[in-house]
Design a protein around this ligand. Structure first.
Ligand SMILES: Nc1ncnc2c1ncn2[C@@H]1O[C@H](COP(=O)(O)OP(=O)(O)O)[C@@H](O)[C@H]1O
Ligand SMILES: [Mg+2]
Length: 329
């Protein structure tokens, strides 16, 4: 996915600090074209900073951004004609109606046909209230109008920073349907959230960010599948026998030794079979000194984004941190 046509956004080692506060510590994003990409992370992770960098509101300290096949820098602001964005709370003319706000904003850029305004009002479910002053709008209604505004110029790439904020459950479902429809039409939607179930409902691809770095990124179904794992730690010399037992239990699932020196073995076995794994090993005289079962994306998210514990053993990628652990035998 490195060709221009298939990648809507690529960032490389993107860094941004506000004074001493590091907001992005080397972000490498790869957002394929034509998907809803969920950019997930807890508050303060760097999501809004990323959105602001992608729209040129602020400049990175270092690193590169490629959008829609072109390097985005000082000289290439024209890329933004094809980008629509909703970042933080949008500001509108409060005394104007929703419809008039869209018309006014539409007048400042490329020509927006009047029919497009009506189409957008309907798309975000504001058609019945389109003549009301925005000052009378609820937070959720303003958010919908903000989404309509971001889509005004029919952008190829839509950047939405926490668009579900203030929406009720029905609004979130409607938003999801709208975003999926846009992606089905070949648009790319980059949408941030700090609420996992929200992203899980909307996104095809998920990138999890914490402390200004991407922790994991990939198709949602793959991330979820990667959770159906049981991991055991045994004595290295017992590896071959343990591999046999686990392979039998895993059926057509995958079994591998992730850290041969300490014999952590990962088996693709349903998480609720962890006890069975433990028992089978024990019956063969293999007593695991560690046994962990990966659970749902929620747990993965919580643990991936948790602040690192005070310095202990050096972290190994993909090692124990993201897992429920319990010691066997
Ligand atoms: N204008 C600013 N001045 C100083 N620090 C900021 C500013 N904006 C954001 N930060 C800090 O940068 C980090 C990332 O913030 P932000 O990008 O807003 O995260 P998110 O949108 O994921 O909640 C946080 O630690 C935040 O406090
Ligand atoms: Mg934010």
């Amino acid at each position: 996915m490195t060709t221009a046509a298939s990648t809507a956004i690529a960032t490389k080692d993107l860094r941004k600090s506000y004074g001493k506060q590091v907001a992005l510590a080397g972000l490498d994003l790869e957002v394929p074209t034509g998907v809803v990409y969920g950019f997930l992370g807890p508050n303060g992770a760097g999501k809004t900073t990323t959105m602001r960098l992608l729209t040129g509101l602020i400049r990175p300290n270092s690193g590169t951004i490629t959008m829609l096949g072109q390097k985005f820098d000082r000289t290439r602001g024209d890329i933004l004609h094809d980008v629509g964005a909703l970042i933080e709370s949008p500001s509108f003319y409060p005394h104007l109606s929703a419809r008039d706000n869209l018309i006014v904003f539409g007048a400042t850029g490329r020509h927006v046909p009047r029919a497009r305004v009506e189409e957008l009002l309907e798309m975000v479910g504001l058609q019945d209230r389109a003549s009301d002053r925005v000052s009378r709008y609820s937070l959720g209604m303003r958010q919908r109008l903000g989404i309509a505004l971001a889509m005004l110029n029919d952008p190829k790439l839509l950047l939405l920073d926490e668009p579900a904020n203030g929406l009720d459950p029905a609004g979130i479902v409607a938003l999801r349907d709208t975003l999926k429809r846009l992606a089905a039409d070949g648009k790319t939607v980059f949408v941030s959230s700090h609420i996992l179930p929200e992203v899980q409902q909307m996104a095809d691809i998920v990138g999890i960010v914490a402390s200004g770095k991407l922790v994991t990124q990939g198709p949602l179904d793959q991330l979820l599948a990667s959770q159906a794992l049981v991991r055991v730690r045994i004595e290295p010399e017992q590896t071959p026998e343990a591999m046999q037992i686990l392979t039998r239990l895993a059926g057509d699932g995958h079994v591998e030794v992730t850290y041969p020196d300490i014999a952590w073995i990962v088996a693709r076995v349903a998480v609720n079979r962890a006890a069975e794994v433990n028992k089978a090993l024990a019956q063969a005289g293999i007593f695991a000194s560690g046994l962990e079962a990966g659970s749902d994306l929620e747990t993965l998210f919580m643990q991936l984004t948790a602040p690192p514990p005070p310095t202990q053993a050096p972290a190994r990628p993909g090692a124990v941190s993201g897992w429920n652990s319990g010691v066997a035998s």
